[in-house]
Design a protein. Sequence first.
Length: 417
Amino acid sequence: MKIYWFIGVFLLTVGQSRAQTYSLQALKDMLLQNNGQLIAQKYQIAASDALVVQEKLWSNPTLSISEVNLWKNGTSETLPYLFGKYGQQQQVAVELEQLIETAGKRKKRISLKSLERKDALLDYEELLRELQFELDEAYWSYMAVSRKESLVDSIVNLYQNLENQYKRQSDLNNIPKSDYLRIQAALINFEKDRVELYADKNNWLTKIKVLTQNETIENLQIEQSEVPLNLSQKIPLDIEHQLLDQNIGYQKQINERDKAKQQLLIEKAERTPNLTFQLSYDRGGNIMRDFVGAGVSMDLPIWNRNKGNIKAAESMAKHAESQQNVLLSQLKGQLKDLQYQVALYEVTLLKSKNIASEERKAMIANYQKHLQKKQITLLEFIDFIEAYQETETGIVDMTLAYQMAHAQLQYLTGQKF
């Protein structure tokens, strides 16, 4: 009884795993959880956080011990013991130094490191959006190839039936053998197309598996989805404002501009010399036997006022600002182009929808009847089938381009609509 119970549980588990299907949103959730590139990028963020903490630390003080005599000479003085019976002729100097940065250099470097940390966050967001766009492309391309495959399957079945019929008629010498060979050649061409589509479909499925890090996904587990023909209505009216606020490329360029300006502030601060405070103890090396003194040192900015670095930083800041303006112009142009593409594809697809796919399929059945009744020639029938395939394939390709233009708009603005 236990064996039957285990077998039943196993079959139930296998049946459930096979019945599981994946929508586009489910695939995106798996990408977010499992993708190795995203996980690796998170370590870059952690490293940037650590560098910000490191930059907040002060420079370590410097301890120096000098003037330690290893022997005495005839001119030595007698000093009090250091400890026990040792040290009457022992000289030593100890000095402690601490660097104090002026003009807010440390705070400015912390600000620069914070901007570099923002770079890491933006890199993660950019990678996430790129991977999601790649998954969108793989999913909708998989859908498009599946539709083309179904189309070619139906045509191959049609030609296989015709091939059998024409072979029988050719063997009976009721029709020219050339007609049978034309049918056979057309069948071979469509079978070749089917093999190519099958390979293309598996390539897109493999890409989905790689992006989601799920090797168990099979063909039948991808949920079929239809592209709605009202995507232009979903585009927000303030999409240009969203572009400026959410576009990753533009945000990264703004951050580059801010980093250049912050570097300029650091270089200007470097004109102000830093101070080094000193605390020293000298035993037997001065007019005082035990001398404790304080001091301060600084560079004199006579020859080097950091002018070259300041000039270079100013040029880099201007360059970053110029690049920002160029990128903004490019993004606005790309945004308008994509909006125009979505609107144009939508109008064309709505026109093609006026002639339903079922009506076009019915025309094939009518043409087949006309062929059997010899009301049309075989060449006319083959031309019609090829035109039918070209039309249906064109609609599928246009639908894919329509969906991907909309997906690219979402990628540019970082918004779902």
